[in-house]
Design a protein. Structure first.
Length: 256
């Protein structure tokens, strides 16, 4: 029984990790942060709720969360415990909550070229260099916007635009963006589609203005770990040790 519990737990963590990785991975190229900067334009100081939906081969994973942005920094929060995925069973979601791995935060400090990955329920964090620290400057990217129509999102009138960002090597990165005309063209919805996957980011309850600076700092009482894997494995060992106390040997089965 302990073996099967371990397998189920490992599977739950794999699905959750994959879901989160997809949720924050909008394209496979250097300079992604620069492209998102172009999409948000002058709207670089705000807080909002955010729902991320990843659709791969007709299977959709949806994760609620929050986002906060300030010049030089961005914070994304994901609530895996309240996400939905066809591969995530309720009992596996419950295990994530028990282990404290269901709430995650990533703080990207472009001014320091550092990324912090936080586990608020565990008061734990991991620090890594930003992958795109050496990306091209803003001037290397050009933007072409084509209006596709008009729609309303959460009572906000929006212009649906095709946004094509082209770098200095001629590479094009296409997104569909719904810009709210009554929120200084703020992008309330961003959709990035490829042959195999569609990523959609829906923002709501937008509050314009510079967020509290503490949102972009690691709390002083958090423990630093070498990697996300080390945090996960430590919690897995604790969980399996706890489960072992409740496991009883099943009586032998006599087969004819």
């Amino acid at each position: 029984m302990k073996k099967y519990a371990f397998i189920a737990l490992a599977f739950a963590l794999a699905v959750a990790g994959s879901a989160r990785a997809q949720a924050i991975k909008t394209a496979d190229h250097a300079g992604l942060d620069k492209i998102l900067t172009k999409i948000f334009g002058d709207n670089n100081s705000f807080t909002a709720d955010m729902v991320t939906t990843e659709t791969v081969h007709d299977e959709s994973t949806t994760i609620p969360g929050k986002i906060a942005s300030s010049p030089g920094a961005i914070r994304t929060e994901l609530d895996l415990g309240n996400g939905t995925s066809p591969r995530m069973k309720p009992e596996n979601t419950a295990r994530l909550k028990t282990m404290g791995l269901d709430q995650t935060v990533e703080i990207r400090r472009f001014d320091k070229n550092i990324s912090y990955f936080l586990y608020p329920n565990l008061s734990a964090y991991v620090e890594t260099p930003l992958q795109n620290a050496d990306a091209k400057p803003d001037t290397a990217f050009k933007v072409k916007i084509t209006e596709l129509g008009k729609e309303t999102i959460d009572s906000h009138p929006c212009i649906k635009n095709k946004v094509v960002v082209t770098d200095d090597q001629g590479n094009n990165y296409e997104t569909t963006v719904w810009n709210a005309t009554n929120l200084k063209q703020f992008p309330l919805k961003i959709e990035i589609a490829s042959a195999a996957r569609t990523s959609t980011y829906a923002l709501s309850n937008v509050k314009m203005g510079k967020p509290d600076a503490t949102l972009f700092e690691v709390p002083a009482n958090y423990k630093k770990y070498a990697s996300q894997q080390s945090v996960t494995f430590e919690q897995m060992k604790k969980q399996m040790g706890s489960n072992a106390l409740h496991v009883t040997s099943a009586p032998p089965t006599n087969h004819p």
